[in-house]
Design a binder for this molecule. Structure first.
Ligand code: GLY
Length: 383
C-alpha cells in the first residue's frame, strides 16, 4: 500500500494505491462523507464488477447509497449526460460541502469531476478509478471535461478531487487490451522523465500486464508519484512542465482522429504509437540516437501495443495526419508544441517544429512496409 501526496496550495490531497481499497472505502473517505446518503456516480460495467464491495463498505458504516449509473463509453462525456447528472445531483440535495464518489474509468471521472466543478460553483468529489489508465493518469491532477461536436475535452475545468483510491484488485477484471492501453501511459512516465523506471519496465512490463501484485503496485505508484510531482509544479499547464505529460499525444491524437476515435485505436494505443513516432522524429532531428528511438519502439512492441504506423493500414498521407493535429486543443495560436526527446527520460517541449517536415516524416513511416516483425503480443488476450 502506498500513499502519494499531491501538493497543491490549499487543495492538497492523497492518492492511495493498494489492494482492497474499495472494501475499505467508507473508512478511507469518512472525513468527506457528512451525509447519511452518499451519491455515487458509476460506470455501469464498473458498478456490475465492483459496486457490491463499495455498497457493503458504505452500508457497514451506516450510509445509504444513491446510485447514478453512466452508460459505458466516451459517448457519455456529453452535454446531455452532464445535464442529466447535474439535475440528479441537485435532486439528491448535494451541497457545496458534500462529496460525490466517482467509480469507473476516465469517462466517469471526467464527467463527474466536471459536474462537481460546476454544481453550486463547486462541490467535492472522490475518484475511485477502476482502469489502469484512470489510476495512473486521468484520476489524478484535476483535469475534468466533456466532449462536443468540435472535439474531445474542449469543455471542462480544473477541479481537483479530495482523495483518490486506486484499488489494484479492480484491474483483475479489466480486459487485457485496456490493460495494455493503460500501460502505454505507465511507460510514458519512464520515457518522459525517468530513465531508471524505463529500464525497470523493459524487464518487468510483462509482469505488470499480467497483474503480478508487487510489480503492478510498483508501476502504478511510481507513475502516480511522477504525475503528482508534475501537477504540483504546473497545475494549470502554464509553464510547459505539465505539457510534457502530452508525450505521444499530438501524434496519437492525429491517429485517433483518422480512425474516428473508435475501438480501432484506443486512446492508450494511440499514445503508444505516438510515443514511438515522437522518439523517431526526435532521432530524425538528431536529438537522440536512432538506437534510443528503437529502444522505445521495442518496449512498446514487446507488450503487444501497436508500434508501427504502417501496420495500421490508414490509407492516408502525412499531411492529412498533420491536418488533424491542427485541430488539437494543444494548438497555441498558430504554433503546435511537440513533446520531443533529448534522451530516454528527458522530454522537452519543442515550439518550433516544421509541420511540413513532420508530414514528410509521417509519409516515410506510413510507407515503411506493412509487415511489422516486432508487433507480436507477449501477453495473450484474455477477453
Ligand atoms: N493527461 C495529461 C494531464 O493530466 O495533464
Amino acid at each position: 500500500m502506498a500513499v502519494i501526496p499531491v501538493e497543491l496550495a490549499g487543495r492538497s490531497y492523497q492518492v492511495h494505491v493498494g489492494r482492497g481499497l474499495l472494501d475499505d472505502a467508507a473508512r478511507l473517505t469518512s472525513t468527506f462523507l457528512r451525509r447519511k446518503q452518499v451519491p455515487v456516480v458509476a460506470d455501469a460495467n464498473a458498478w456490475a464488477a465492483h459496486g457490491e464491495r463499495l455498497a457493503r463498505s458504505l452500508a457497514d458504516a451506516g450510509h445509504e447509497l444513491a446510485l447514478y449509473e453512466v452508460p459505458p463509453g466516451e459517448g457519455s462525456k456529453s452535454w446531455q449526460e452532464l445535464e442529466h447528472l447535474c439535475d440528479w445531483l441537485l435532486a439528491q440535495g448535494v451541497d457545496r460541502g458534500d462529496h460525490v464518489l466517482a467509480l469507473g474509468g476516465g469517462v466517469v471521472g471526467d464527467l463527474t469531476g466536471f459536474a462537481c466543478a460546476v454544481l453550486k460553483r463547486g462541490c467535492g468529489f472522490v475518484q475511485l478509478p477502476t482502469t489502469l489508465l484512470a489510476q495512473v493518469d486521468s484520476s489524478v491532477g484535476g483535469k475534468t471535461a466533456i466532449n462536443t461536436a468540435a472535439g474531445k475535452n474542449l469543455i471542462g475545468a480544473f477541479h481537483q478531487p479530495s482523495l483518490v483510491l486506486a484499488d489494484l484488485t479492480a484491474l483483475d477484471t479489466l480486459p487485457t487490451r485496456e490493460m495494455r492501453a493503460g500501460y502505454a501511459e505507465v511507460l510514458k512516465y519512464g520515457v518522459l522523465g525517468d530513465a531508471e523506471f524505463f529500464d525497470w519496465l523493459e524487464t518487468n512490463g510483462e509482469a505488470v500486464l499480467v497483474r503480478e501484485p508487487e510489480p503492478l503496485e510498483h508501476a502504478v505508484a511510481i507513475s502516480i508519484a511522477a504525475k503528482a510531482r508534475i501537477v504540483a509544479e504546473d497545475e494549470r499547464e502554464t509553464s510547459g512542465r505539465r505539457a510534457l505529460l502530452n508525450l505521444g499525444h499530438t501524434f496519437g491524437h492525429a491517429l485517433e482522429a483518422e480512425t474516428g476515435f473508435s475501438d480501432r485505436l484506443l486512446h492508450g494505443e494511440g499514445v503508444a504509437l505516438g510515443m514511438v513516432l515522437a522518439a523517431h522524429y526526435s532521432a530524425r532531428l538528431g536529438l537522440i540516437a536512432q538506437g534510443d528511438a528503437e529502444r522505445v519502439e521495442r518496449a512498446i512492441a514487446a507488450v503487444g501495443l501497436p508500434s508501427r504506423l504502417s501496420a495500421l493500414g490508414l490509407g492516408c498521407d502525412g499531411s492529412r495526419l498533420v491536418g488533424h493535429m491542427l485541430h488539437d486543443k494543444k494548438m497555441d495560436g498558430n504554433m503546435l508544441p511537440f513533446v520531443l526527446l533529448r534522451n530516454i527520460g528527458e522530454a522537452f517541449l519543442a515550439r518550433d517544429v516544421d509541420l511540413a517536415d513532420v508530414a514528410a516524416f509521417l509519409d516515410g513511416q506510413l510507407a515503411a512496409g506493412s509487415y511489422d516483425p516486432v508487433y507480436r503480443p507477449v501477453v495473450p488476450d484474455r477477453q
